[in-house]
Write a protein that binds this ligand. Sequence first.
Ligand code: FEO
Length: 396
Amino acid sequence: MVIRTLIPDCYSIAALDFDRRLFDSLIPLPDGTSYNAYIIKGSHKTALIDTVDPTKELDLVSDLVRLGIDSIDYVIINHAEQDHAGSLPMVLELFPSSRVVTNEKCKDLLLHHFDLEEDRFILIKDRETISLGNKTLEFIVAPWVHWPETMLTYLREDRVLFSCDLFGTHYACSDLFINDEKISYIAAKRYYAEIMMPFRSSIKGHMEKIGELAIEIIAPSHGPVYNNPEFILNAYHDWISDSVKNEVVIPYVSMHGSTRKMVEHLTRALIERGITVKPFDMTVTDTGILAMSLVDAATIIIATPTVLFGPHPQIIYATYLANMLHPKVKFASVVGSYGWGGKTIDVLKSMMTHLKPDLLEPVLVRGLPGEACIKDLDRLADEIAQKHKDIGLLPA
Ligand code: FEO
């Protein structure tokens, strides 16, 4: 779609997807996305780093033609997921002498996902290199960011890290480099929350390895390129750290207003105690915003009516998602209203297997929240405030 010079003899050939609004049939994309491939012309060899989503493979071909690329020696595949490796079969067909350079796990995944010839592969191990003549590519195997086979590629002489999904943003932007750090920060945090957060502990280890490299540019496989790597590295150091903020996230649903009243009262009570509160009506909330709010929050309160015998299905979804994304929340509870009975608390507790929070006494009321319920909500607000004080988020 567009060819831009990253550094001399190295080009970004990103397929910009301004109109895509959903990824993996799951992740909302308010700002579209891009699939970034890169061409590096060394003095002896040419390498293509990653390909693009198969829906954009004609854009990739057109860019390679316009760049005058008549042979590719190495196709570096950092990650086997289709949005980056999906055009690999076409590239290998167009450039029959090219070889796929990747690690063993990635080769295995590629062979399962695409119809490829096994003898086209060159396997590398962590920290091994290949030479393009005057340029050297070093491979950093970084499993679980966010698949088990992922690796990063480091262009030594020019100090460019091709980080694949790590540090990416779902942000279709016509500028090669980020032009507004505030906008990119939000996009990067949303992306981290939705894709990388479950692998926080793996990423910690990889960040140490990355910290040993001299890096001038980070070129991810989604979104604009970072020419100030410290910006995104500092953001990741904060997000993957163990520290949480004085924040309570409340995903909620209300059918007839009782749970809403409880949420409104609890929100007020927490604000009065000096706590930042983020309530989200899950019937209208973009799940990316909920995920982002969970990156830093110390506490999550799930608020739901009881539908038939358990939580509202939208709350089941929000709780499942929160548990799967595995944020670093430390405290949790449940509030809500029921008509005649049910197992709402038990169901929600059983869904927090990854979160493993310190569970605070829930507040469940039959029908309308009356005076006793309001007192219970104040008790919960006091308890949350005390927990936040205990870990230094509020003054003692
Ligand atoms: Fe952008 Fe894991 O693919």
